[in-house]
Design a protein around this ligand. Structure first.
Ligand code: FAD
Length: 407
C-alpha cells in the first residue's frame, strides 16, 4: 500500500490552490452580489485544466486520472464550494456521457469545448415527480418528427440550465417501456426553440449558479444529437453518473475540510471566560470528531478513485465513499456552525451557508439513502453492486481514445 500522492498530483493540488486563491476566491462574492454567472472564471478554470483530468489529451483533457480529479475537486470545494456548482456539467456527468456514448463526431464537436470552459454544460434527469426513481417515473417525452425530435414536458433541478450552451437531457421515447424507454439527447437550448429555464429560489444557495425548473414545449433536438440509440438512455446515464458520484464525494470532502478549518480558526480566536473556545473539552470533542471523520472520508474517496484508475470494481466503494463523505460533510457543517454560536447564522460567516451546501450534496448524484440501498443490497446478497464492472466503459474512457480513433 502506498498512501503518498504522486509528485504530479501534489503539484496539481498546489496549482489548483493557487488558481482558486488568486482567481476565484477574491471575486466570487462580487459575482454573488451581482447575481452574475461567472462565465469568464469557468473559461479560466477550463484553460487551467481543472475539468479535464479523466479525459485524454485528444479531447483537451490531461489524462491524469480519477485520483487527480478528486484532488482537484477537493481543493476547489475547500476554497469555494459555490464555484464547484458546475464541475459535473463541465468535467463530470455531462461530458462523460457524451464521451462514453457519443459518436466520434459528437465527441469531437462537444467534449473539448466543455472541458475548456468555452461552452457551459448541463445534465437534466430529474423531474417534478421523479427524483431517486427518475428513470422509471419520467414523463418528459420526445416525439420523432422527420429529422428532429420534439421534446415536451417539465424537468426539475437542472443546474445552470439557464446558462447552458450544450447539455444532456433525458426523455422517454417509449412511454410503456419503463427505464428501457429512456433516451439521452445532446441539447443546445440557445440554438433551438421550446426550452425555458426558470431559476428556483433556494434558501442560502448561490445566486450566481442557479438550479432550474425547465419547461419544454416541442423543444427541437436534431436526430443527429441523439446520444446512443433510442432506449439506451438509462444505461448511458448510469455509466456517466459513476464518475459524477465520485466528483460529489470529493466536493463533500473539500467542504468538510473547509468547515473544520473555519471551526479550528474560530475556536482559537474567540474567547469565552478569558479562554479560547478551543480550550473547552466539549469544543475539543467536536474538533476531534470532525478531524477523525474527515480522515476516514478522505481514505474512502481516494480509495474509490484508485479503484477507478486501476480498473478495479468501483461501484460499491464509490457508493460507500459518497455516503460517508456526505455524512461527514453534514456533521462538520453542523458542528462548525455550533462552534460559531450566534455568528454561525450571520451571512458574512461562510459557515452560515455551508450547511445548505452540505444538505444539497447529501442528496445530489444519488441521495444518502440511495447509496445505503446499494451498499446494503450488495451485503445482503440481493444485488451485486459491481455487477456491471468491465461493462461500464469507465476503463474505455481512460484507454480507448474515441476522438483519436476517428481521425
Ligand atoms: C441544488 C440542487 C441541484 C441539483 N442539480 C441537478 C441537476 O443538475 N440535474 C438533475 O437531473 N438533478 C439535479 N438535482 C436533483 C437531485 O439529483 C435530486 O434531488 C435527487 O436525485 C433526489 O431526488 P428528490 O429530491 O426528488 O428526492 P426523492 O427521490 O423524492 O427522495 C426523497 C427522500 O426519500 C429518500 N428515498 C428515495 N427513495 C428511497 C428508497 N427507495 N428507500 C428509502 N428512502 C428513499 C431520499 O433519500 C430522500 O431523502 C439537484 C438537486 C438540488 C437540490
Amino acid at each position: 500500500m502506498n498512501f503518498k500522492l504522486s509528485p504530479e498530483i501534489e503539484a496539481v493540488r498546489d496549482m489548483v490552490a493557487r488558481f482558486m486563491a488568486n482567481e476565484v476566491v477574491p471575486v466570487m462574492e462580487d459575482y454573488e452580489k451581482r447575481q452574475e454567472f461567472p462565465r469568464e472564471l469557468i473559461r479560466k478554470a477550463g484553460e487551467a485544466g481543472l475539468y479535464g483530468a479523466v479525459f485524454p489529451e485528444s479531447v483537451g483533457g490531461s489524462d491524469m486520472g480519477y485520483m487527480a480529479a478528486v484532488v482537484i475537486i477537493e481543493e476547489m470545494s475547500r476554497q469555494e464550494v459555490r464555484f464547484t456548482s458546475c464541475n459535473n456539467q463541465q468535467g463530470g456527468t455531462c461530458p462523460s456521457a457524451i464521451y462514453l456514448a457519443g459518436t466520434p463526431e459528437q465527441v469531437d464537436k462537444y467534449v473539448p469545448n466543455l472541458l475548456a470552459g468555452k461552452t457551459i454544460g448541463m445534465m437534466s434527469l430529474s423531474e417534478t415527480d421523479s427524483g431517486s426513481d427518475a428513470l422509471i417515473a419520467m414523463k418528459t417525452f420526445a416525439r420523432r418528427d422527420g429529422d428532429v425530435y420534439r421534446i415536451s414536458g417539465q424537468k426539475m433541478w437542472a443546474s445552470i440550465a439557464n446558462e447552458t450552451d450544450v447539455g444532456i437531457l433525458m426523455a422517454k421515447t417509449d412511454r410503456d417501456a419503463g427505464a428501457k424507454g429512456v433516451t439521452a439527447f445532446i441539447v443546445e437550448p440557445k440554438k433551438y426553440p421550446g426550452f425555458k429555464a426558470q431559476p428556483i429560489d433556494l434558501l442560502g444557495m448561490s445566486k450566481a449558479f442557479r438550479t432550474n425548473a425547465v419547461f419544454l414545449d416541442d423543444f427541437i433536438v436534431p436526430v443527429e444529437n441523439r446520444l446512443g440509440a433510442e432506449g439506451e438512455g438509462a444505461k448511458i446515464i448510469m455509466r456517466a453518473l459513476q464518475p459524477g458520484r465520485l466528483n460529489v464525494a470529493a466536493k463533500c470532502l473539500g467542504l468538510a475540510q473547509a468547515c473544520f478549518e473555519e471551526a479550528v480558526r474560530y475556536a482559537n480566536e474567540r474567547t469565552v471566560r478569558q479562554q479560547p473556545l478551543g480550550r473547552y473539552q466539549m469544543i475539543q470533542d467536536s474538533i476531534a470528531e470532525m478531524a477523525t471523520a474527515i480522515e476516514a472520508s478522505r481514505g474512502l474517496v481516494y480509495r474509490a478513485a484508485w479503484a477507478m484508475d486501476n480498473d478495479q470494481p468501483s461501484n460499491r466503494i464509490a457508493s460507500i465513499a459518497k455516503y460517508h463523505a456526505s455524512q461527514t460533510c453534514k456533521m462538520c457543517a453542523d458542528k462548525a456552525q455550533q462552534i460559531f454560536g450566534g455568528y454561525g447564522l450571520a451571512r458574512e460567516y461562510r459557515v452560515s451557508w455551508y450547511r445548505v451546501y452540505a444538505d444539497m450534496l447529501y442528496n445530489g448524484e444519488g441521495s444518502a439513502n440511495v447509496q445505503k440501498i446499494i451498499i446494503a443490497e450488495d451485503a445482503l446478497g440481493y444485488k451485486v453492486a459491481d455487477r456491471h464492472h468491465g461493462k461500464t466503459g469507465l476503463r474505455d474512457m481512460r484507454q480507448t481514445d474515441v476522438a483519436a480513433a476517428a481521425r
